[in-house]
Design a protein. Structure first.
Length: 53
């Protein structure tokens, strides 16, 4: 594996770190909750289908 140059490894300058971090946090929350919600809806529909048989 070739080593990266120093200017590539260096993190970008912090301009609006607060907004970026908030957006990352929101994305993290959405990414965590949406699959769980979809799974819950699917399980609920499955239970409803089984119960209404």
């Amino acid at each position: 594996m070739p080593l990266l140059r120093d200017d590539v490894v260096e993190p970008p300058p912090r301009v609006d770190d607060r907004g970026l971090r908030r957006r990352a946090l929101l994305t993290n929350i959405v990414v965590r909750t949406v699959p769980v919600t979809l799974l819950g809806v699917l399980v609920g529909l499955l239970l409803f289908a089984v119960a209404s048989r």
